[in-house]
Design a binder for this molecule. Structure first.
Ligand code: ATP
Ligand code: MG
Length: 565
């Protein structure tokens, strides 16, 4: 490709709201262009990268026994009602109505469609296992589209689904997918961490995420450097210490004028927040929920939501708190009735806690569970933090940030039961098919690869996903034979099967080298009057500072050799 003919040009300016490196570089390099929030055009160079990643994904899925499909984006809303996700995913579904007033959604994922297909085509145990997949555009009306390709409202996902007769079959497939994912990420030259994950609205049993470790990641990963425990904060657990504050003492009321937060209470009474009981109020599917947790800990709303089995969870409004008869700033479940109380297990492992007295400006000391109040249920609903102890080995947990590029789930029969996707066994008995699902953010992976492979000048594409392999950069000078040599090399390289971006512009060396660094093509070949004096060209890898002089007669073979290895 001749740069002079490229549709999109490089630019110095990045969008004002581009706060991640990949977003800035993809726009500046002319690889993507925004049409609307979270909606992008893949310009020719960007599309080449996307296609290369897609092909790697396709090869690895095929190798794992997958069969490629293309399912409709346009999906009747009825199947989403049947699965229950018209409601549970309503916040991200794009809805539309056709001329006959039939309602549709734009597919954010395809469990519903594929399970209906399985119901139609899978009959007996002989038809199983199956591993359909597709690489396709998805639509989600994300509340906060951001960071270019990282969180789009229209994005490319690889979604695969497994169908098995039993859990043993599912386990084999799940493991195969773990390996296929690892192969994909290795081939794309991104390093990932596998973490335990929450199953979210999809529901199911086991679930793991593949995280590209990067500062700009939206997810926090809690991991143990000593053993291999790693989990998304949404799901992470830590070993909570028992806080022994002596034998339970009688409750004692203290005046706490003008005091309401845990920090204020702790400072006022000269105790550590670990000796306090914090009350947090939620509304779960319209019902008031009183949550208590040790004062130094934070409620993990995802754990809480899972424990409550609700679809809508949010902090209660001031009005809802008043209506429930709770004194905000001095509340505790001691002596209160009439609503659901959920306790984090931390409060059952501590003695003599300070809590609210349920009257203004008053607290009580020496609250003990279960002597002084009962929770409807006790569970781990706390956010694990760096510095906490690992539940597996007692090591000290650390926190890092990651970009979720893949998410795999064991769905079991959640969808097969809803869509009556059953198979008959050898004896004629009928069973719901055991399912798994496996998502990979293909367009997000493109951005994540840049987060891990760049410098202050631009992108450093890993060879297997680079838009072109070779950047041919002649430095023209009148009276020299740079132009004809470069034209010949361009033709020769292409004949040798190399993918070449040819900077045939009359610009200055500075402009050309800056663009070469920005575009990030891995292998650069510069032709100048100086190198031609020695019948040579200058060869440089984008990832290295040092250049070398290579005879013209050897350069094509050298490039081919590097690409092969
Ligand atoms: P997230 O937690 O980031 O919102 P998710 O859990 O909703 O993602 P899944 O439903 O598991 O995502 O989708 C599978 C994969 O698709 C994700 O692992 C991610 O890589 C990618 N993905 C999800 N949402 C987006 C998006 N809005 N833009 C780009 N890629 C996405
Ligand atoms: Mg996810």
């Amino acid at each position: 490709m001749r740069i002079s003919r490229l549709f999109a040009k490089t630019t110095r300016e990045a969008p004002a709201d581009a706060d991640t490196i990949s977003h800035r570089l993809l726009v500046r390099a002319g690889m993507i262009n925004q049409l609307a929030a979270g909606v992008y055009t893949y310009l020719p160079l960007g599309l080449r990268v996307l296609h290369k990643i897609e092909n790697i994904v396709r090869e690895e899925m095929d190798k794992a026994g997958g069969q490629e499909f293309s399912m409709p984006v346009l999906q009747p809303v009825e199947m989403w009602q049947q699965s229950g996700r018209a409601q549970s995913m309503s916040d991200v579904l794009f809805n539309l109505t056709d001329r006959r007033e039939h309602k549709f959604v734009l597919g954010p994922t395809h469990e519903e469609v594929i399970t209906q297909l399985a119901a139609r085509y899978v009959q007996s145990y002989r038809d199983l296992p199956q591993l359909p997949y597709q690489i396709q555009v998805k639509f989600r009306d994300e509340p906060r589209p951001r960071a270019g390709l990282m969180r789009g409202r229209e994005f490319i996902m690889k979604d695969a689904y497994s169908f098995d007769v039993d859990e043993a079959g599912l386990d084999i497939c799940y493991q195969k997918m773990v390996e296929a994912y690892q192969n994909v990420f290795k081939r794309c030259a991104v390093s990932t961490m596998i973490v335990d994950a929450d199953s979210g609205a999809i529901g199911g049993k086991d679930s793991r995420e593949f995280m590209v470790v990067a500062e700009s990641g939206e997810d926090e990963i809690i991991n143990c450097p000593r053993c291999n425990y790693a989990a998304n904060t949404e799901k992470a657990v830590s070993a909570k210490a028992r806080i022994d504050n002596g034998q339970p003492l009688p409750i004692e009321e203290v005046a706490t004028p003008g005091i309401s937060t845990i920090e204020e209470v702790a400072a006022f009474l000269k105790v550590s927040p670990v000796h306090t009981l914090k009350a947090v109020f939620y509304t779960a599917d319209g019902r008031f929920v009183f949550v208590v947790i040790r004062g130094d800990l934070a409620v993990n709303e995802i754990k809480l939501k899972n424990q409550l089995h609700c679809t809508d969870l949010r902090l209660a409004t001031d009005a809802e708190v008043r209506e429930a008869g709770v004194v905000a700033g001095a509340a505790s479940p001691v002596g209160l009735k009439g609503f659901k109380v959920v306790a984090d297990d931390s409060v059952t492992m501590a003695t003599n806690l300070v809590a609210g007295a349920n009257k203004p400006a008053t607290h009580i000391k020496n609250v003990n569970y279960p002597r002084d109040f009962k929770a409807d249920f006790v569970a781990d609903i706390a956010t694990a933090r760096a510095g906490d102890k690992c539940v597996n080995c007692g090591g000290k947990l650390a926190a890092t940030r990651g970009i979720e590029v893949g998410h795999i789930f064991k769905l079991l029969t959640r969808y097969s039961e809803k869509f009556n996707a059953v198979y008959t066994d050898e004896k004629g008995g009928s069973h719901p098919i055991i399912m798994g699902c496996y998502g990979m953010g293909v367009s997000r992976l493109m951005a994540a690869a840049i987060e891990q492979n760049h410098d202050d000048k631009g992108i450093i594409w890993p060879l297997p996903i680079a838009p072109y392999q070779v950047h041919l950069c002649p430095l023209y000078r009148a009276g020299s034979n740079v132009a004809e040599t470069a034209e010949k090399l361009y033709a020769d390289f292409q004949a040798a099967g190399l993918e070449v971006l040819f900077d045939d512009r009359e610009d200055s060396p500075g402009v050309k080298f800056n663009d070469a660094d920005l575009l990030g093509i891995p292998l650069r070949v510069t032709v100048s009057p100086r190198t031609l004096e020695k019948n040579s060209v200058e060869f440089k890898k984008r990832s290295e500072k040092q250049a070398e002089i290579v005879p013209i007669s050897e350069i094509a073979a050298k490039l081919k050799g590097l690409i092969k290895s």
